[in-house]
Design a protein around this ligand. Structure first.
Ligand SMILES: Cc1cc2nc3c(=O)[nH]c(=O)nc-3n(C[C@H](O)[C@H](O)[C@H](O)COP(=O)(O)OP(=O)(O)OC[C@H]3O[C@@H](n4cnc5c(N)ncnc54)[C@H](O)[C@@H]3O)c2cc1C
Length: 398
């Protein structure tokens, strides 16, 4: 069987946030970019994310404004412009779940922490919430702790993916799940990617944004390439069994005595309009390899401990194991910034955070410009387009 020949300026492999953002930018700029997906769009880490557009405050809680906190601090403003239709991509159709996240501690903060939060470095990122402005869940008299507002929005990632896919879906190619990728020629710059016996794709540049799938793609390449690390999590989800008595909506980090949030809770509506709490933070990091029963038991205890004044409805629980895929670091630490490694015309990317996708695309566009990428003439033949994965809230409880 002869392969279907496709030509494009840039092949991008993997339709998570990194591939979707870059694909949209390149096509909007007048280039022809083809995005390949071998599963469902978003089904990797992107639809597992909490949708928090980090500004770095979470990484500054240890009292040190790390490199990560500085690089990421421009991201909320960058996304805000897009959400208002003023940025490089019009995301005015994306649902913003909240403008601000909260950070609470059930006990009073130490005076050292209070002065740190009030310091010049942090006061522009987080402000104490006055009693009269508190959301209902924090108005109970029994809540005697501290409550801060962080200048970090939370997005509905499902609507974000929809908006990124819509304009250029005809330039997205569904690739069979286990298809073999052959890079030609076998050394030097790549000119053609052959996929199984279905497609032969010619392009000037090739970009790998396949998340965890980058590892396998790299194994098929002859040159020494960057190595990948996985940092696993086991997230916890819960929702009320009674649709008439749903969980309250909350987007907040719970702070204990350490510098990392004990739990980060975001709220999402499932297909029945029921509120699902999606819980990450320390509990998800330490929950890796625990059984479902054990982790759920720990999550019950945790909620009772961090929200002791809240009476929760009877809950249904789910757990969600998922890996964060990133460039390899010493000691499996968290990388600070979006990552690109280029060799000839092949580029390997990991955004390391959903929030950093615009920064990753900037870096990639600069690399393509210096590689002298030209907008060519290409046909738009018929081929199958990948579907978008269902939201996690509608598949995790089955
Ligand atoms: C539980 C969790 C919560 C998170 N929360 C946040 C958050 O709140 N805020 C934030 O900024 N970041 C968050 N992150 C990080 C963020 O989700 C990731 O950094 C980001 O989604 C990675 O996007 P990606 O496009 O690189 O990869 P992915 O989203 O994993 O996408 C890769 C895509 O490539 C496809 N693919 C794989 N192999 C191939 C192949 N051979 N051919 C074609 N396609 C292929 C996959 O099917 C997938 O669709 C979170 C991560 C996790 C795991």
């Amino acid at each position: 069987m002869s392969r279907q020949l496709l030509t494009t300026d840039v092949v991008i492999i993997g339709a998570g946030i990194a591939g979707l953002w870059l694909h949209r930018r390149l096509n909007d700029l007048g280039f022809h970019a083809l995005l390949l997906e071998n599963g469902e769009i978003g089904r990797g880490q992107t639809l597992s994310s909490q949708g928090i557009i980090h500004g770095g405050s979470k990484y500054a809680l240890n009292g040190i404004l790390s490199k990560a906190a500085q690089v990421i601090s421009s991201m909320p403003a960058r996304w805000k412009a897009c959400l208002e239709g003023q940025g490089e991509i019009d995301l005015s159709g994306v649902r913003k779940l909240t403008e601000h996240q909260l950070l609470w501690s059930k006990d009073r903060l130490s005076s050292k922490m209070v002065s740190f939060f009030a310091s010049k470095a942090l006061r522009s990122r987080m402000q104490p919430v006055k009693k009269g402005n508190r959301p209902a869940i924090f108005t109970d008299k029994a809540f005697k702790g501290a409550l801060y507002q962080l200048d970090e929005p939370v997005l509905d990632v499902v609507s974000l993916i929809d908006e990124l896919v819509k304009p250029w879906q005809q330039r997205m190619l569904a690739v069979p799940p286990n298809a073999d990728y052959q890079w030609q020629p076998s050394s030097g710059p790549v000119s053609t990617l052959a996929i199984g016996d279905q497609y032969e794709i010619r392009a000037q540049q090739f970009v790998l944004t396949a998340g965890e799938g980058n590892e396998k793609l790299l194994q098929g390449l002859p040159q020494a390439q960057p190595q990948m690390q996985r940092r696993p999590l086991q997230m916890v989800l819960c929702k009320s069994k009674d649709l008439q008595n749903p969980l309250p909506v909350i987007y907040a980090h719970s702070l204990g005595s350490g510098s990392k949030p004990i739990a980060t809770i975001s709220s999402h509506k499932d297909q029945h309009d029921n509120v699902v709490w999606y819980i990450g933070g320390n509990i998800a990091e330490e929950g890796v390899n625990k059984s479902h029963q054990q982790l759920v038991a720990e999550a019950r205890e945790l909620l009772a401990d961090i929200l002791p004044w809240v009476s929760l409805p009877e809950l249904e629980w789910a757990t969600h194991p998922v890996n964060r895929a990133e460039p390899k670091q010493s000691n499996l630490t968290r990388p600070d910034t979006a990552f690109i490694s280029s060799r000839d015309n092949l580029h390997v990317c990991w955004p390391t955070k959903l929030a950093l996708a615009p920064d990753l695309a900037d870096q990639m566009l600069a690399a393509l410009e210096s590689a002298n990428l030209k907008a060519g003439e290409h046909d738009n033949p018929d081929f199958p387009h990948p579907g978008i994965a269902a939201p996690l809230w509608d598949r995790a409880f089955t």
